[in-house]
Ligand binder design. Structure first.
Ligand code: NAD
Length: 430
């Protein structure tokens, strides 16, 4: 899907679901337009002494419910429209899980794999120098996303503090623990997705040991959800990264795969005992093939737009848990529903990351670090409540879980916007 299309798709989905839910036109109109987007050229001194100019974006989509929140992505495919679509999804996500945040997103069009560590540090600092007046602990709080991590967040927080000449850990979340990060943030997106899958399993009687799973993208989110699912008894029969996918009918040991990939940078079917790893029987398959496998649960955890009109007819998994943002394009929502598929929507399934980011921000403001147990308990509590509200709306209105989650979110945003008065109020109505 082209990028203008990604954004239009996101806006159309909000309009379609909002209209059906009776959300006031003024609210839907507000959600058609990002509040503000900053595009900046980022000059970075390269290791050979030359200067390269990268393009960076930050979009603050809607702040009706609070300061805006959303990750920063370093990826060659980043565009203005993609950032805006992701910022709109963040707006919906924060609202559905009841956080006092609006939505935002940022990104740099870059292939970070081609940069040295020092160049990535300079790029991260250049991004924050360009955005320092646009973000802030009370206005807009970034976090990690694809190909960014805790160290990069630490550099950005440090740059912001140098510019402001003050300590301001609440300007960014997903930081290293030593710089004010939260315990449990690193695993939060995967753990959150696991909690949501388990909530669905309880409702529909899904048995972990009888469930075969394929995970696309063994990055931060994909690794943790796969690890937790495997620990709970699910069989992870296929995983992939940007280089390709592997399949084993017997299932993989995710800890071993991950450890081996960290060391060799290659995804291969291994089983490790201590420091000894042996190759187990597995098949190399294409990334597209992984999506079409005959499994019980498909977990797209890489990038958006992977299930489209072109391949939707070949998707065999009856349950799809959207751990990535926007892996299913809006125009196939109806086809999946008609085919009887259950889709756990991204705005709920991957909200664990932003929830623990919120906890980190609260801890930074309190100056009081929480224990890992407290973070995990509160994460589980927030997500099980959000799932229950969504499930109730899904059952009572007989709509998909995505439509139900959007309804919950849009009504919360609408209440905030409408509390300031709408056409109806000023014309003498309610
Ligand atoms: P990451 O950079 O840690 O991992 C991305 C993974 O996807 C890598 O393993 C990469 O090899 C793989 N990948 C890239 N292209 C691929 C392709 N074509 N096919 C298969 N695999 C491919 O990123 P992440 O933080 O895990 O984010 C993954 C998704 O989850 C994104 O959509 C992101 O927006 C979403 N998400 C992440 C968080 C978070 O806290 N990290 C929170 C919410 C949503």
């Amino acid at each position: 899907m082209s990028d203008p299309q990604v954004f239009r798709d996101a806006v159309d989905r909000v309009a379609r679901i909002g209209e059906a839910a009776g959300v006031a036109p003024e609210t839907l109109d507000a959600l058609r337009h990002p509040r503000a987007t900053l595009t900046a050229s980022l000059p970075v001194r390269m290791d050979d002494g030359s200067t390269r100019h990268f393009v960076g974006y930050r979009c603050r989509y809607n702040d009706a419910l609070g300061p805006t929140k959303g990750g920063i992505r370093f990826h060659p495919g980043v565009t203005l429209e993609e950032v805006q679509a992701l910022a709109l999804w963040m707006t919906v996500k924060c609202a559905v899980v009841g956080l006092p945040y609006g939505g935002a997103k940022g990104g740099v069009t870059v292939d970070p794999k081609t940069l040295s560590r020092l160049e990535i540090e300079r790029l991260s600092r250049a991004y924050m120098r360009a955005m320092a007046d646009f973000v802030g602990p009370e206005t807009d709080i970034p976090a990690p996303d694809v190909y960014t991590n805790a160290r990069i967040m630490g550099w950005m927080a440090n740059e912001y503090e140098a510019i402001r000449r003050t300590k301001a850990p609440g300007v960014i979340t997903g930081k290293p623990i030593e710089l004010g990060g939260s315990l449990g943030r690193n695993e939060a997106t995967g753990r959150g997705a696991f909690i949501i899958i388990e909530e669905l399993a309880k409702r529909i009687g899904l048995q972990a040991t009888e469930t075969r799973v394929a995970v696309q993208g063994l990055g931060n989110a994909g690794y943790h959800v796969a690890r937790l699912l495997q620990q709970a008894g699910y069989r992870i029969v296929a995983v992939s990264d940007s280089q390709g996918a592997i399949y084993s009918d017997d299932g993989f040991d995710i800890e071993s795969l991950h450890r081996n990939k960290q060391e060799t940078r290659v995804l291969s079917g291994v089983y490790c005992r201590g420091s000894v790893c042996e190759l187990i029987d597995h098949k190399r398959i294409g990334n597209d093939e992984l999506l079409e496998l005959d499994v019980d649960l498909l977990v797209p955890a890489a990038l958006e737009g992977v299930i489209t009109r072109e391949n939707v007819g070949r998707i065999r998994a009856p349950i799809i848990a959207e751990v990535a943002n926007g892996p299913i394009v809006g125009e196939v929502d109806a086809a999946l529903r008609d085919a009887g598929k259950t889709v756990l929507p991204d705005v709920l399934t991957n909200a664990g990351g932003v929830i623990v980011s919120y906890f980190e921000w609260v801890q930074n403001r309190q100056g009081l670090p929480w224990s890992l147990e407290m973070v995990r308990d509160r994460l589980a509590d927030t997500l099980t409540r959000a799932f229950a509200t969504t499930w109730e709306s899904h059952e009572t209105a007989d709509i998909s879980l995505r439509d139900a989650a959007y309804r919950v979110a849009l009504h919360r945003i609408a209440d905030a916007i409408e509390s300031q008065g709408t056409h109806e109020f000023f014309a003498g109505g309610k």
